[in-house]
Ligand binder design. Structure first.
Ligand SMILES: [Zn+2]
Length: 280
């Protein structure tokens, strides 16, 4: 589990490689009550190492708190109580200069790709396999193009980092660089699932549950304790019955739940009201 000690990331399980390489490209400490925002970026660079090195170079005139590699490895460039230089000219909800308010997380990712007869290429000329290309339209663009996919490890680790930052600093919002500098920036781009990340970290929403009850991992055993439990085609008392009611003591498997209803499997499958189920 990722936590924060002395304004630095620590993985209590020791599974994620975290190193601290201090950048000189910082301003002083945040004002009281800050940071309260996280800004997500892609590096548009060719590797974790090269991007982290560049952000430690005074000539870059840029930095961030974290750089996240494709394997989930993390390089921290500054403690979270000082301001780094990742946002540039930026505005959001009446604030300007978001470096004063935010933690910057750079993710090793090439960003937009160019389609060629040989396949998709990064801006630095590296070929990206089709399986690592996301075809999508940026919210500010009019047409679709290829973007380098973020790795599952990056998406998992960035979420853990955001959870840890929220717990430590009371983060209220996670934004893309493109949100705060829309005329200049396209990162983290449409390949990054910012809305679902924001939903899970800020609101505890899980939008990744499958729509169909086909995930064995969700199965949970329960028993009916109403004398007769209606089993319906949809999670509503107005929905039609799919069979005779389930009788008391019937064992069911819960395949998914929503809004006080569970989709269960017995001899047949359908929706029942949660209040008449007991977990076993
Ligand atoms: Zn950026």
């Amino acid at each position: 589990m990722i936590t924060i000690e002395q304004h630095k990331l620590v993985d209590t399980d020791g599974k994620i490689k975290i190193s601290f390489q201090e950048t000189p490209n910082v301003s002083g400490p945040f004002n009281a009550g800050l940071p309260d925002t996280i800004i997500i970026h892609y590096t548009a660079g060719s590797s974790l190492t090269s991007s982290a090195k560049w952000l430690q170079n005074p000539a870059a005139n840029a930095s961030a708190h974290l750089v996240l590699g494709k394997t989930g490895e993390i390089i921290q460039l500054a403690p979270f109580n000082v301001r780094t230089w990742h946002a540039g000219r930026s505005t959001w909800k009446g604030r300007s200069g978001l470096n004063q308010y935010s933690i910057g997380i750079e993710i090793d990712n090439a960003g937009p790709l160019t389609q060629t007869p040989e396949g998709y290429l990064t801006h630095f000329g590296k070929k990206v396999e089709n399986k690592d290309v996301v075809l999508a339209k940026h919210k500010f663009d009019s047409s679709e193009r290829g973007w380098e996919a973020y790795t599952p490890q990056q998406l998992q680790v960035v979420e853990e980092i955001c959870q840890a930052l929220k717990a430590a600093y009371g983060i209220k919002e996670i934004l893309g660089h493109d949100d705060i500098a829309p005329s200049r920036k396209r990162d983290p781009g449409p390949a990054f699932p910012l809305e679902s990340l924001q939903g899970r970290v800020m609101f505890g929403r899980n939008e990744d549950l499958p729509d169909e009850p086909d995930d064995e991992a969700l199965i949970d055993a329960a028993v009916v304790f109403a004398d007769n439990l209606n089993i319906r085609s949809n999670p509503s008392t107005n929905a039609s019955m799919v069979s005779n009611p389930l009788s008391k003591g019937t064992k069911v498997r819960i395949l998914k739940s929503q809004g006080g209803w569970s989709y269960v499997k017995a001899d047949i499958e359908g929706w029942v009201s949660n209040q008449w189920l007991r977990n076993v």
